[in-house]
Design a protein around this ligand. Sequence first.
Ligand code: RUG
Length: 839
Amino acid sequence: IQEPQLQGQDVGMQCEDDRTGIGVETLKRAFLDNLFYVQGKFPALATKHDYYMALAYTVRDRLLQRWVNTAAIYTQEGSRTVAYLSAEFLMGPHLGNNLINLGIYNQVQQAMTELKLDLKELLAKEEEPGLGNGGLGRLAACYLDSLASLEIPTLGYGIRYEFGIFDQIIRNGWQVEKTDKWLRYGNPWEIARPEWAVSVKFGGRTEAHKNAQGRYQVRWVPHKVVLGIPYDTPILGYKVNTANTLRLWKAEAPESFDFEAFNRGNYYGAVDQKVTSENLTKVLYPNDETYEGKQLRLEQQYFFVSCALQDMLRIMLRQKLPLEQFHEKFAVQLNDTHPAIAVAELMRLLLDEHEMDWEPAWEITQKTFGYTNHTLLPEALEKWSLKLFSSLLPRHLEIIYEINWRFLEQVRHKFGTDEGRIGRLSLIDENDGKFVRMAHLACVGSHRINGVAELHSELLKKTTLLDFYEFFPEKFTNVTNGVTPRRWIVLSNPKLANLITSCIGDSWIKHLEDVQQIETFAQDPGFQKEWQQIKRENKVNVASILLDRTGVKVDPDSLFDIQVKRIHQYKRQHLNILHAITLYNQIKQNPNLDITPRTLIFAGKAAPGYYIAKLIIKLIDSVADVVNKDPDIGDRLKVVFLPDYNVKNSQPIYPAADLSEQISTAGKEASGTGNMKFAMNGALTIGTLDGANIEIRNAVGAENFFLFGLTTEDVGALRLTGYRPWEYYEANPQLKQAIDQIASGYFSHGDRRLFKPLVDLLLDKDPFMLMADYQPYIDCQQQVSQTYRDRDRWLQMSILNTARMGKFSSDRAIREYCQQIWKVKPVPVQLAAAKTGDG
Ligand code: RUG
């Protein structure tokens, strides 16, 4: 079927009709219309969910106008496009964000009020697409927001997991995982595009054949073929007409019903293929920063990468662009190594399917890709056994061998036959079994390699990727992460946003550097009072959420001390809990102690197979149980674990924090992004010199940041000289008491076995050096408590934190990617211009 060529003049709409208008009356009419015609309900029968759906469709209509126009203009202009390849996109609920970006939040709120509905209740009905584990997936979501807001043509490519990250419930203090059935009630934000389905091959063998010109080519004869169906979601920028596309792929069987099997009487077998094919995109692997060498995971990675690249080739052909210009049309970013197989897949498509020669194909490939590394943790560096790899992707292995051979020839040419170096650089790890090293493939196949914070990028060059840095130093760069102020201030903290806007106007929402202008109010008593009032209201809100979800009553006037992130040993939630125990003991020993009242709030998921992380949750819950019930303690200390941390639940948390816990072992957290969300919302940070903490401290001023702990160099030196955690324990009575209590069953009803694995680990190896950092942490917390008592000083510090966080907008990060890596420029979208076709 010939696809019709899209003309700008066919797609624009100008009049305020029911699908585009943004007046309150129009919105009300459109909403009731959608309730009737899409949900098939009238008000007397409608549920809250029906209302949510009707509103979502009303908003989607307004997005579609911009989306179709954007597509028309990109097509007309053949715009250079960023393709962001990521196995995870942790988007969070769409409705609120779209209202902000469309600039219609207030009108919609009024429309709902006039219809006797509560917008907040409807927003709460949205099931968020939890298609990511944590930082990496959320970063991808912030970047899509900024790309659209900066009017950069972009396609986000990923996987439409049927089940996203599990829902967490806490039963008897333990994490229990529940399947995340986010699609159960339908997804109003996506549109399936089966007409753009592609086939993806797996397994089988390769063979040589002669093409029409008599030249030998390789043909891949697969064992199975799976269909990839794209589902598109519009991503609207902030107050612009640009609506880019997030294209997520679902796996389906080419033939969903096997009539032959059915006719043979094999009734279940008839749908077998459908079931096995669809398993491919069934569920997100719930591991953060550890890879599992599972076949299905490699299948997922290859599946979405192949779908994405085939889709890009389709776009090129449709726009009649020669394939030699692939790297001019697309800048493809690899979000970690998860999509790194793209390097071999693009080579295969160009060589085998489009019969290009090796050299031009390789030049195009290298010019196309950029690679972002997000971790130095060895357990996160993906490698696939040759056996698995060759059985699944036999042609790719041949291509990787060829890439490797040519690459190592260049290494020999530059450095001579230094076998140690060659072994370290090789794409194949032969140390202990044979594996394909995905980070090496990404490095060799990309023209830029970046870390995600200054320290991280430096450490990459000095450690993990040192050999690559020595071979091609010009490829290495840094882009410090950022987060979008639209979701993380305007939507999450509307009161603060209004206060800022009332003082300095609203330019800061697009240009976060402008928020610096509130510095002049940092010592203004009236402004401070309003600042404090807003923080208090945000804390009251979280207090009621905590009461509702955990039954724990907390005092909104206490210091809210918050650590929310994945549970991981290197992030050291257990160091935080040692502080809780220390405070508890201090009060018990001196019941009249006048301490700064604190509420310690934790939230985060542990990977289901990560036993120690789950035990840390159990420990937090057990300590909470003892502390919160002890009448001697009262309101001076509360400890709460808020279950099921996700984007939706996190939004009220950042605005309510007084203190942000960023206490990872130095050198372990690549960047962090929660640290940015907290500081933007006026929380002060207690943190180590790790990841982006360092840059945050430089930006907000050392005097407005609570620093403690070992540096990366200290950690290395201590390891070299022999680290003996036991000695810290022996020498420190407070620390000893806390550890002994955990070990003796004080927090576990006398059960000494429960926390033994954790205690043994801390006293024996303590791989993340809690024992060494304990006392500096406790001392620093003491300083925090004292400072909090000086209300004016604290408020000033809080205001200065927000004021100086401009650098950490994802808009800044995206501008850097555009300039340093992608070389791509904005393409503004004008609705009227698209209509007349004269833009
Ligand atoms: O752990 C890192 C965070 O430090 C970082 O802020 C985030 C975004 O860059 O990525 C996280 N990360 C790293 N998530 N997965 C990995 C390892 O693949």
